[in-house]
Design a protein around this ligand. Structure first.
Ligand SMILES: [Zn+2]
Length: 127
């Protein structure tokens, strides 16, 4: 007989599976888009979104950047998207429907350039 934590655990398990499926769909969408099969890519994006909604799992930002919210196109920089870094923000423009989306962008530590250290030696305080 299921205990009290049963459904909670069940939900977690479902969300874990949902995330895995989203990963797979993202990969499939990217492959399809790179092949030029944009309709198929769109379909995968749509499915990915649906899974997220159904299981109440938010789509990771790194995925959102590659998906048009409006037309579900899989966005590839230089192909059907224009991605630019504005001041502290990532600006993603879908060239298929013209939808523009901005994401807060913070210089993540992982695998990026480190902030340049200023050389100045002055013992200035405040600022
Ligand atoms: Zn679009």
């Amino acid at each position: 007989m299921p205990g009290r934590g049963f459904w909670k655990r069940k939900k977690r398990e479902a969300q874990r599976i949902a995330r895995e499926r989203m990963d797979i769909l993202f990969g499939l969408a990217r492959d399809a888009a790179l092949r030029g099969d944009m309709e198929r890519a769109r379909r995968y994006v749509w499915l990915l979104r649906r899974i997220g909604m159904r299981y109440n799992v938010s789509v990771p930002t790194r995925y959102k950047v590659s998906m048009c919210r409006k037309c579900n196109a899989f966005l590839i920089s230089g192909k059907n998207a224009r991605i630019r870094l504005e001041k502290g923000r990532l600006r993603v423009e879908c060239l298929e429907c013209g939808y523009v989306r901005r994401f807060p962008y913070r210089g993540d530590k992982r695998g990026g350039e480190k902030e340049k250290k200023k050389r100045g030696r002055g013992g200035r305080h405040g600022g």
